[in-house]
Write a protein that binds this ligand. Structure first.
Ligand code: AAT
Length: 284
């Protein structure tokens, strides 16, 4: 039988390949190119414009880390906005908190949602939770038009800053996020990777913009085997809460949520950054 390999350029000099068993679908939307594949090693996965977004094997790492760090820092969060995240994994983790009242998700490309519902039901299965409202529009325009002080938490679950995700790394966007957050508000953003220079450049740019807007800004790391270099970051920015000093980790443990990556040791440890990353952020 013919071997079919999915290959992605992680840099001009490095390629990453996964042996696939089926190319389930290829579709061009007004926003991007979507491909769904099946594989032995990573299960079903999809790519946007030739970059891995979600696969069944490591999505738990990303979705645990984008959600639980903020939720453990402020247990009184009631209203959340997710920007991007069409696969539904971030919403799935949020719906596990009975305390949440409203989860709004704004995804630019409805096809990502519909195809994830069809091919990745474990990831997308909680988009039907009654607390969830889906809007299909550009997250940049959504926050621009939203009233002041509305959300307790914004999770930016976006693609990289090339293509439709570009605006979600802009100063204007972060500024509007600050404005639509309550005085207790927290912003978590997809913060790229410190390892390969092209990604590190975007990481520094994002950090310097956010640092100029929020009084508290931190960066935390996690291990994503299928993203370039495997070393990935989220940004934590807030008006009031420090994720290390203010998180009530015992209270989070008492909730009894079963997670596969996040735990309260990881909560603290994820903020301990390697020296080269600290130096890049200091200098951003
Ligand atoms: N849960 C991990 C999956 C993603 S996909 C990111 C989503 O952001 C995509 O569905 C894309 O359509 C959506 N998106 C991109 N731009 C916008 C925008 N301007 N407004 C709203 N949604 C948008 C994240 C993967 C991270 C990959 C890191 N290499």
């Amino acid at each position: 039988m013919l071997d079919l390999w999915y290959t992605e350029n992680h840099t001009d000099n490095v390629k990453f390949s996964i042996k696939t068993t089926e190319h389930l679908l290829t579709e061009k939307t007004p926003f991007q190119q979507i491909d769904f594949f099946k594989s032995e090693e990573f299960g079903t996965f999809f790519t946007l414009d030739g970059l891995m977004m979600v696969n069944e094997k490591d999505e738990f790492v990303y979705h645990d880390m984008i959600t639980h760090v903020a939720m453990a820092t402020n247990p009184n969060i009631k209203k959340v906005l997710v920007i991007g995240g069409g696969d539904g994994g971030t919403v799935r983790e949020l719906t596990r908190y009975a305390s949440l009242e409203q989860i709004d998700m704004v995804e630019i490309d409805e096809r990502v949602v519909r195809l994830s519902q069809e091919y990745l039901p474990i990831t997308a299965g909680k988009l039907s939770d009654p607390r969830v409202t889906l809007s299909f529009e550009d997250g940049l325009a959504y926050v621009k038009n939203k009233e002041d002080g509305y959300y307790d938490l914004i999770l930016v679950d976006s693609t990289d800053p090339i293509g439709p995700g570009e605006g979600l790394f802009s100063h204007d966007f972060y500024n509007n996020c600050f404005r639509v957050l309550t005085d207790d508000g927290i912003l978590i953003n997809q913060h790229e990777s410190p390892y390969y220079p092209s990604y590190a450049h975007e990481m520094k740019r994002a950090h310097s913009k956010i640092k100029g807007l929020f009084p508290i800004t931190r960066v935390y790391q996690f291990h994503m085997p299928t993203y370039p270099s495997g070393h990935w970051l989220f940004g934590f920015a807030s008006k009031k809460f420090d994720p290390l000093k203010d998180a009530d980790l015992d209270a989070w443990n008492k909730l009894g949520l079963k997670t596969k990556y996040y735990n309260t040791d990881i909560h603290t440890g994820a903020f301990a950054l390697p020296t080269f990353v600290k130096e890049m952020l200091d200098d951003a």
